[in-house]
Write a protein that binds this ligand. Structure first.
Ligand SMILES: [Zn+2]
Length: 250
C-alpha cells in the first residue's frame, strides 16, 4: 500500500479521518464535489452533492480501524469525511441551516433547551451552516431528527455529519471554529422528551405553522440584543441583514 499518511493534520483528508478515528469517532467516506461542479457519484441530478456515503451500510461499516481508513482514502483520496453520530461515537450534532431559518431559531433553542454559544466544538459548514457537537452517554436515545425547530436538525443515532476539511460544492471547506477537542457533555436532553410521540419528522411540535410566523416576528421585534452574524459566502444567502461573527455580539 502506498504511504498515504501525511505528518501534517491540515494536509489531507486521510490525516483528518485518522485523527477522528484516534478520538474514537467512526468515520465513513462520502462523495465529494468535482471541479466541474458535479458530484463524484456521477449522477448529474444528485441532490446531495458531496454529502452522501460512498459505501453501503455505513452505519455498520463506519470505522475507527486505521487500516480500513487508509484503504478507503488511498482508493478515494478526495472523499469527504463523514463522522458517525449516535451511540457508536457517543456524540450528536445540532445542525443549524441558515437557508431554512436556523439562525432565527437559535434563540428559541437556547431558551427551550441549552446554550449553544461558546460551549462546545463547532464546525462552520461549507454552506455556512453551524454544527454544534455534544457528547452524550445516552446517544442511543438521540435519533436523527429534521426540523426540530425551523432550520435546526439533530444528527444522532443512525446518522452522520460531514466533517472538516470536507469540500462543499460552493468551493468552501468545512472548518472547525472550535476544536473537536473542546466537545462537552450535553447540558440536558430535554429536547428528547419534547419530541416524544411526534411521528412526523417534518412537523414542529413547539411551533405550529400558524404560530411560527408570530413567534419569529416576536423574536425579530422583541428588542433582544443578540445579533447572529454569519459571513455571507454565496448569493443564495438569506442573511443579508446579519453582520459578521459566529457568536452573539451581546
Ligand atoms: Zn452524489
Amino acid at each position: 500500500m502506498p504511504n498515504c499518511i501525511s505528518p501534517n493534520l491540515n494536509a489531507n483528508l486521510l490525516s483528518w479521518a485518522l485523527y477522528y478515528a484516534a478520538k474514537n469517532l467512526p468515520v465513513l467516506p462520502l462523495h465529494h464535489p468535482q471541479s466541474n461542479g458535479l458530484c463524484s457519484c456521477q449522477n448529474p441530478q444528485c441532490k446531495s452533492i458531496g454529502k452522501h456515503p460512498m459505501i453501503k451500510d455505513y452505519n455498520n461499516k463506519a470505522t475507527t480501524d486505521q487500516s480500513i481508513i487508509k484503504e478507503w482514502w488511498c482508493k478515494w483520496p478526495e472523499a469527504n469525511i463523514g463522522i458517525l453520530t449516535g451511540s457508536k461515537s457517543k456524540i450528536f450534532v445540532v445542525d443549524i441551516d441558515p437557508r431554512h431559518g436556523g439562525i432565527d431559531s437559535i434563540e428559541l433553542w437556547e431558551k427551550t433547551f441549552f446554550s449553544l454559544g461558546k460551549t462546545s466544538a463547532v464546525v462552520r459548514s461549507g454552506g455556512n451552516g453551524l454544527h454544534y457537537y455534544f457528547k452524550s452517554l445516552q446517544s442511543e436515545k438521540i435519533k436523527n431528527q429534521t426540523n426540530i425547530l425551523p432550520g435546526i436538525d439533530i444528527r444522532g443515532e443512525g446518522g452522520y455529519i460531514v466533517a472538516p476539511p470536507s469540500n462543499h460544492v460552493n468551493g468552501k471547506i468545512y472548518s472547525w471554529e472550535i476544536s473537536i477537542d473542546k466537545v462537552i457533555d450535553a447540558p440536558n436532553l430535554n429536547f428528547l422528551e419534547k419530541k416524544k410521540g411526534d411521528s412526523s419528522p417534518r412537523s414542529n411540535k413547539f411551533i405550529g405553522e400558524g404560530s411560527r410566523n408570530t413567534f419569529l416576528a416576536s423574536l425579530a421585534g422583541g428588542g433582544h440584543e443578540k445579533k447572529w452574524h454569519l459571513v455571507r459566502t454565496d448569493s443564495e444567502s438569506t442573511l443579508a441583514d446579519k453582520s459578521n461573527s459566529l457568536f452573539p455580539s451581546s
